[in-house]
Design a protein around this ligand. Sequence first.
Ligand code: MF3
Ligand code: CO
Length: 249
Amino acid sequence: MAILIKSEAEIEKMRISGVALRKVHDAVKSVVRVGATTMDLERAAVAKVKELGVKPAFLDYHGYPAVLCTSVNNEVIHGIPNDKRVLHEGDVVSVDCGVIVDGYYSDAAVTHPVGKISASAEKLLRVTEASLYAAIDKALVGGRLFDISHAVQAICEAEGYGVVREFVGHGIGKSMHEDPQVPNYGDAGKGPRLKAGMVLAIEPMINIGSAEVKVLEDGWTAITVDGSISAHFEHTVAITKDGPVILTR
Ligand code: MF3
Ligand code: CO
């Protein structure tokens, strides 16, 4: 399938979607603390989505049972909120959410520290988030898709981290997942030419140890094979003639 180009009016709609999504993320962040459960995070998201009158994008997506993905420590992505899963001091919890406003999707993720975390966990979060912003800086008209991918890979592998390969970012618009796939590894200067009006969900998923992941029997939760902790940051980004625009800021 071709990479769909969005008009300025469509990008404006996606920005409105992204602003709503940011409000959901802010609401969730405010309940992240030692002793909270991942279901407490879900409840905060459900309440905010309702208050804003927007549609959650993940709920019922291929049967996914929640508004959020909440992935703790060695869980990489797609962790399902659970009222038995208590957050402890030193945990990291990735919160991934998407919403639909006026038919347009936005998708964003952030990994939160719970209480005081180890220096190594703190560095993983910092480097993963920095790799996302370095990747966004490569979302330029006339560049190539894998410039984005390479930026993540170079920064994270320089620290000895494992760059997850089984899951990738994606085009986004009137569907959550459009072409192209946006891997977090690749050769700079290669891949499709980037054009104004492309909108991408860029989402590094980075393990402190090996890159290998596996999916649990619940059919969703992806965990690291070596048990090492993982971080995930994601923004929905429009490529424009004036440079990259983060729609989920
Ligand atoms: N951010 C994830 C993605 O890009 C969200 C999908 S979770 C699902 O695919 F539950 F909706 F599948
Ligand atoms: Co995504």
